[in-house]
Design a protein around this ligand. Structure first.
Ligand SMILES: C[S@@+](CC[C@H](N)C(=O)[O-])C[C@H]1O[C@@H](n2cnc3c(N)ncnc32)[C@H](O)[C@@H]1O
Ligand code: SF4
Length: 447
């Protein structure tokens, strides 16, 4: 049955880290709108900040992230100077008393910044937005690109959550995906992180890679478990060579079929569950003590551009090229090219190039989709309480999903529920609540 539905509705489906998704942003949002939204953040409220560093030492073939390779530190230093200026501009616009809830550095490889730059940029962030109580500072760390000096700089700047890219431990698969990283290197990075008192460790691994088998993913997951991560992101490999040109290096004829991908996910899932991890949404696992597991239990799990989060701040400000900000009023995305971003900031303007102003309809559909992605259920009472929608209209929306997915969704007076056996279809079911034209490119495969 799942296989039938996959054949019928499979195809590319968004990961719904936002609604509407980024391909639907337009030029309706520019630097002036972004500035107004920043100025409208209430005094003494909490915001979160995402900082993008789109550089890597070498480019892994499998990677779909927008990033550029550089052997020299010069472009990274120049980029960090631009970030310092951008943070200074942000500081000037913010109302007094605004505090930081979450700070995340992603990329690319933020640890490509030399140690002195890490210190200066972190200092500038905390100068622009002082750290709030219980705040978290997390950074994506490539185990191939970290050393004691940079780790010390991060730890002394207050890092308390680290994320390492693993992908797969199998040497043959690593070769084929252009990402070679021995177990020792990964374990060394984990030890380096823990020895600095950074208590929370996240690791990214992938299923759906070429030549991956049940036996191989089992071995990979067991190796990962030996490092005892607090959280794991188990992403489905997205093969999108029309967007990420370097993926033409990946032998597409050796990629697993959708059915095989389902099995690989299930094999890994069972291993995490047996090891005591809690399944979070469609692709995360966390120890019961971890913030994500606690948020899920409390019904406070959220979805944002970094995936799942327990952050409750109403505003996420994106700094750096291509970063996306989320405000209660809409989305704003910075210029994607580092050159265009730098030009704008050097001329004293934010680089906002695209975005989207929410309609009431967007807000309703965004919540329906987020609820499915986080909790696999839409609570009808919560929706009727929070949005101007009639019970009849909500029931009609549920009926559309049920007509397509039959007993893969359970509809009742309480709302709509995706039972456990149908969860691999979650993104496809969420798509039936998406009102935008889905033919736009940029989405990953359904499973
Ligand atoms: C910015 S990268 C990680 C940070 C760091 N540069 C590293 O490589 O360790 C974020 C994550 O995105 C995931 N990712 C990248 N390309 C992907 C793809 N094509 N499909 C699925 N996940 C992908 C990988 O798991 C990767 O660890
Ligand atoms: S996986 Fe990480 S290191 Fe590799 S290209 Fe992507 S962002 Fe860069």
């Amino acid at each position: 049955m799942i296989e039938d539905l996959l054949r019928r509705y499979g195809g590319p489906v968004p990961r719904y880290t936002s609604y509407p998704t980024a391909p639907h942003f337009s030029s309706e949002v520019g630097p002036d709108q972004f500035s107004h939204w920043i100025e409208a953040i209430p005094a003494n409220s909490s915001i979160s900040l995402y900082m993008h560093v789109p550089f890597c030492r070498t480019l892994c073939w499998f990677c779909a992230c927008r990033t550029q390779g550089t052997q020299s530190d010069d472009p990274v230093r120049a980029y960090a100077e631009v970030l310092l200026a951008e943070l200074g501009m942000l500081k000037k616009k913010l109302a007094p008393g605004v505090k930081l809830s979450r700070l995340h550095w992603g990329g690319g490889t933020p640890t490509l910044m030399p140690a002195d730059m890490i210190r200066r940029v972190a200092g500038a962030v905390f100068d622009a937005v002082p750290i709030g109580e219980g705040a978290e500072f997390s950074v994506e760390i490539d185990p191939n690109e970290i050393d004691d000096a940079r780790m010390d700089a991060l730890a002394e700047s207050g890092l308390n959550r680290a994320s390492i890219g693993v992908q797969d431990f199998d040497p043959e698969i690593q070769k084929v995906i252009g990402r070679e990283q021995s177990y020792e290197v990964t374990a060394g990075a984990a030890a380096m992180i823990r020895s600095r008192g950074v208590t929370s460790l996240n690791a990214d691994i992938l299923y759906g890679l070429p030549f991956q088998t049940d036996a191989r993913i089992t071995e990979s997951v067991n190796k990962l478990l030996s490092l005892a991560p607090d959280r794991v992101a188990l992403y489905g490999y997205a093969h999108v060579p029309w967007m990420a040109r370097r993926q033409v290096m990946i032998p597409s004829e050796n990629l697993p079929t959708p059915q095989e991908r389902l099995r690989l996910y299930e094999t890994a899932r069972q291993l995490f569950l047996a090891a005591g991890y809690v399944e979070i949404g469609i692709d995360h696992f966390a120890l019961p003590t971890d913030g994500l597991a606690r948020a899920q239990k409390a019904g406070q799990l959220r979805r944002n551009f970094q995936g799942y989060t327990d952050d409750q701040a109403p505003v996420l400000v994106g700094m750096g090229a291509s970063s996306i900000s989320r405000f209660p009023q809409g989305f704003a995305q910075n210029a994607a090219a580092t050159s265009a971003h730098a030009r704008a900031i050097r001329s004293g303007q934010f680089s906002t190039a695209r975005g989207h102003v929410f309609t009431d309809e967007d807000r309703l559909r965004a919540r329906l989709i987020e609820a499915l992605m986080c909790d696999f259920r839409i609570d009808a009472a919560e929706i009727l309480r929070s949005f101007e929608v009639t019970p009849k209209r909500l029931a009609d929306m549920f009926a559309v999903a049920q007509a397509k997915f039959g007993d893969m969704v359970e509809v009742s007076a309480a709302g709509l529920f995706i039972p456990e056996h149908a969860r691999p279809l979650t993104r496809m079911i969420a798509r039936s609540f998406d009102a935008y034209d889905l033919s736009k490119a940029g989405h990953s495969s359904a499973i």
